[in-house]
Design a binder for this molecule. Structure first.
Ligand code: KG4
Ligand code: ZN
Length: 364
């Protein structure tokens, strides 16, 4: 099955062609993967400006789709279906992709399926790229940690369908990527903050700066990252912005260690509680070098296989959307005429946002 994927939920305009077998759960071969990044558009503001995002998607989506078809060497008439991100994301931005997908679907008489962006991130680990070392895909069921700019949550995934995915715990406030971006902005480092802090942290000494542990409560599978960001802000209030490169690297290393500590400890605990042996990582923060290395090491200690997608499909792309859509298309789904957008994920949310007492553990 050949699927055209389209993604425009936030600040990347993307299209891809993915080939999947007729069997659910098998790997998907990426034939083309085009990503137009809006980083230069939003960088001056230190974050995504929704109206600018919609306009930039409008300008670029058609050439991006045309390029994905051309690079894969296929015509629209050859694809078996179209998959498009329809939630969660910025409404105006989502609308651009959904309108185009619907139009192409009617024009070429192809089925169109809406895909939840988070389900896309969960499925990125099934993609195989030519000339890239890709791990063999995991088998269901598995536990997945999705850590991106908008979401941070742990899921039990029994099948590639939203109704077979259960949240085990999520962040009460900021997402991990959001904490990276806000901290980088605070330190005047630019946008997006994750890759910049990741690079600086690699040369820093995490023990040189003392920062609080986010949500260290042993039993909880929930996360909280806003306190850590405030902690960095307090450090800056007291000490001023780092005056030399090494202090900046040390501060980044201390921040990153706390984020990675929380993500790894809770992801491993969730996998053990579910009595499963596979942990999948996904989302932009899964591109983080320390997270990848420490999750792999912790997995080895606990007899858990940690499967991480290649770097290029951790951050937003349309190949993961094409793959997730293919799993719906295989069962004959066609959302034409009833495709709507939503700012919220379709995955039921268990974690309540904000402070206060709550359930501390989601046992299997
Ligand atoms: O999944 P993604 O591309 O978009 C969303 O769905 O949000 O994730 C983007 C987020 C940003 O917050 C960015 O700072 C973070 O992922 N990110 C990283 C790294 N690369 C991207 N965070 C930590 N380390 C990285 N290497
Ligand atoms: Zn994303």
């Amino acid at each position: 099955m050949l699927v055209l994927g389209i993604e425009s939920s936030c600040d990347e305009t993307a299209a891809a062609i993915v080939r999947t077998s007729e069997c659910v759960g098998e790997a998907g071969q990426v034939l083309s993967d085009v990503v137009h990044s809006q980083v230069p558009v939003h960088a001056p503001y230190g974050g995504v400006v929704p109206e600018l995002a919609s306009r930039d998607h409008m300008r670029n989506i058609r050439p991006v789709v045309a390029m994905a078809l051309e690079r894969a060497g296929v015509g629209l008439e050859q694809v078996d279906g179209i998959a498009v991100t329809c939630r969660p994301g910025l409404s105006g931005a989502l609308m651009v992709g959904v309108q185009l997908a619907s139009g192409l679907g009617w024009a070429a008489n192809k089925p169109v399926v809406g895909v939840d962006h988070l389900v896309g991130h969960l499925m990125a680990v099934f993609l195989q790229y030519p000339n890239v070392d890709c791990p063999p895909p995991p088998s269901y069921p598995f536990v997945a940690l999705i850590a991106s700019g908008g979401h941070t949550a742990l899921y039990r995934v029994d099948a590639p369908s939203a109704d077979r995915i259960v949240e085990l715990g999520a962040t009460r406030d900021d997402a991990a990527g959001e904490a990276y971006d806000k901290t980088a902005k605070l330190l005047g480092l630019g946008y997006p903050g994750g890759p910049i802090i990741d690079k600086l942290a690699a040369q820093g000494h995490p023990n040189s700066v003392e920062l609080s542990k986010p949500m260290a409560a042993r039993k909880s599978l929930e996360f909280s990252f806003s306190g850590l960001k405030t902690n960095v802000a307090r450090w800056v209030e007291t000490n001023g912005l780092p005056g030399d490169d090494q202090t900046l690297r040390d501060l980044c290393a201390a921040f990153q260690r706390r984020v990675v500590d929380a993500l790894v400890a809770k992801a491993i605990r969730a996998t053990r509680e579910q009595k499963l042996h596979t942990l999948v990582l996904g989302g932009g923060v899964a591109a983080n070098r320390e997270l990848r290395a420490r999750a792999a090491a912790a997995g080895e200690r606990h007899g858990i296989r940690v499967v991480v997608p290649p770097l290029k499909c951790c951050t937003d792309n349309a190949a993961m959307i094409a793959y997730a859509g293919s799993q719906r298309l295989l069962s004959g789904a066609d959302d034409r005429g009833q495709l709507s957008i939503s700012p919220r994920t379709i995955l039921p949310r268990l974690t309540r946002k904000g402070r206060g007492p709550r359930q501390t553990s989601h046992q299997a």
